[in-house]
Design a protein around this ligand. Structure first.
Ligand SMILES: [Zn+2]
Length: 186
């Protein structure tokens, strides 16, 4: 895989008018290939492996919130980064998920080629599937390099997406409580 990517990055250097033999670029195809593999390592992971049994019995049926999970992903349209934060909440029904696992689930889906809408939904559905929660909410706010560095060059636009499942979709109060806790209600 690395060999294939290394060859491809060499072609990219030629394609942009560079000389892959000049000193500064000699190792670039290999380095870029490794970096790209790292940025896409989510393809090598599965939900079962990431959760790894870290589900614990609990009587808690109050909303669990993890705010400001750092998020780094690549847009599938331009292969350029989008960077931001995810806010995740769920309402347990007998089982809670180890806290670090939420961040790891976000990361597994973020480290693939994505559009923000699908990423948001995949995270929500994964948490629903793993915890059998009464409801799951995911909000992502991110800045897209494909908008900031090219095209419309809108440097400060932040894209917001949200997916609400179960109680967060059905109950205004629950949704409102979540949005308030992440500082997003007006
Ligand atoms: Zn894009």
């Amino acid at each position: 895989m690395t060999d294939l990517l290394t060859g491809n990055y060499r072609e990219i250097l030629l394609g942009v008018g560079e000389n892959p033999e000049r000193e500064g670029l000699l190792d670039t195809p290999k380095r870029a290939a490794k970096a790209m593999q790292y940025l896409c390592h989510g393809y090598q992971q599965s939900l079962e492996e990431v959760v790894n049994g870290a589900l614990f019995a609990s009587d808690n049926d109050e909303m669990v919130i993890v705010k400001d999970v750092e998020l780094y992903s690549l847009c599938e349209h331009h292969l350029l980064p989008f960077i931001g934060k995810a806010h995740v909440a769920y309402i347990p029904t007998g089982k809670v998920l180890g806290l670090s696992k939420i961040a790891r689930i976000v990361d597994m889906y973020a480290r693939r080629l994505q559009i923000q809408e699908n990423l948001t939904r995949q995270i929500a559905e994964a948490i629903q599937q793993v915890t059998n929660a009464a409801g799951v909410a995911v909000v992502i706010e991110a800045k897209h390099m494909c908008m900031m560095m090219r095209g419309v060059e809108k440097q400060n636009s932040v894209m917001n997406t949200s997916v609400m499942l179960g109680a967060f979709r059905e109950s205004c109060n629950t949704r409102h409580e979540f949005l308030q806790l992440i500082g997003r209600s007006n």
